[in-house]
Design a binder for this molecule. Structure first.
Ligand code: ADP
Ligand code: F6P
Length: 325
């Protein structure tokens, strides 16, 4: 629990950006100001905190931002924050600027930083911000909905040309360690195969056989959604073309998946989570992360949240395979 009344809060975005982060920042700022708190924005994540890139935020500073992708505060990865020295320096800077409550928008790594700051006396609340959906305590993360829709629309386009030319298309989506984007696109785009980092031992020979089978069954294309964590899409395309005789092309969607105007869902959920983070700080809570489960917005202890495991739901993966008949 917090050991003092909160007067000034800070907000930062950290790790990979995600559409909807601006909606969350806006909600933090306006909820804080509406409850008579001073609100400070920290630019460039923990790196910016360590560099004292700290600005006061007014309600007008977040005008016209809810519809914008990226993060107006910018983001960064910061090695120094992983060290005890860096964490102590970060806590001291928060104290110097009177920041007694900090909202950290990011993924598990960013929450680990918030956890350390909490132990050093800064009240922290984490908001799940990542297109990867790989935070175990929550069924929703800010940005996933936009990213998966962006990827889905792009894959539809690749599919059109793939059908015209009767090709195999390997489409690489983001997800270095997590296959949710791949799984959802696999189902939404009706892919024949989904390759996810959780299943590193995929069998390329089986894919080749399946392509040949599918051609016999009259399929006009063969779509493989390949997660970044498996990668190697260009070489995979060459190997598959050689083994099957079916023309094969690889498309890497890349960072376009991280940008763009957030969907309605991302704007609404991020707004609610942003407001909730401020309310939790006012209630004296610290070392918490906001999540969404079974239709409810909840908060979890960061230590517990970081200890939770999230796997790919096997049943959903099986359904994706069955629907590719
Ligand atoms: P994400 O927050 O999306 O998981 P990263 O794993 O890149 O992204 O983490 C973002 C930042 O959080 C890192 O660059 C680092 O500054 C900080 N961070 C990550 N892990 C820790 C840790 N164990 N302790 C303190 N800070 C950490
Ligand atoms: O934000 C998550 C994510 O997009 C991962 O899926 C991906 O592996 C990683 O970030 C790439 O980040 P960057 O190219 O910015 O280092």
């Amino acid at each position: 629990m917090a050991d003092k009344v909160i007067r000034t809060i800070g907000v930062l975005t950290s790790g990979g950006d995600a559409p909807g982060m601006n909606a969350a920042i806006r909600a933090v700022v306006r909820t804080g100001l509406g409850k008579d708190l001073k609100v400070r924005g920290i630019r460039r994540g923990y790196q910016g905190l360590l560099n004292e890139e700290i600005i006061d935020l007014s309600a007008r500073d977040v005008s016209d931002t809810i519809q914008r992708g990226g993060t107006i505060l910018q983001t960064a990865r910061c090695e120094e924050m992983r060290t005890e020295e860096g964490q102590q320096k970060a806590a001291a800077i928060c104290k110097k600027y009177g920041i007694d409550g900090l909202v950290v928008i990011g993924g598990d790594g960013s929450f680990a930083g918030a956890q350390k700051l909490s132990r050093l006396g800064i009240n922290t609340i984490g908001l799940p911000g990542t297109i990867d959906l790989d935070i175990a305590c929550t069924e929703y993360t800010i940005g996933f909905d936009t990213a998966v829709n962006t990827a889905m629309e792009a894959i539809d386009k690749v599919r059109d040309t793939s059908t015209s030319h009767e090709r195999c298309s390997i489409i690489e989506v983001m997800g270095r360690d997590a296959g949710y984007l791949a799984l959802w696109c696999g189902i939404a785009n009706g892919a024949e195969r989904i390759l996810m980092p959780e299943e590193h031992d995929y069998n390329e020979e089986a894919i080749v056989e399946d392509i040949q089978e599918c051609r016999k069954r009259g399929k006009k294309n063969y779509i493989i959604i390949n997660a970044e964590g498996i990668g190697d899409s260009m070489n995979m395309a060459k190997r598959i073309e050689e083994a099957t005789g079916m023309e094969t092309r690889a498309t890497v969607l890349g960072h376009m998946q991280r940008g763009g105007s957030p969907t309605c869902k991302d704007r609404v959920y991020a707004s609610i989570m942003g407001a909730m983070a401020v309310d939790l700080l006012i209630q004296g809570k610290s070392n918490r992360v906001v999540g969404y489960r079974h239709g409810e917005y909840l908060d979890f202890d960061i230590d517990e949240a970081l200890g939770m495991k999230k796997g790919i739901p096997t049943y959903q993966y099986e359904i994706a395979r069955e629907l590719a008949l």
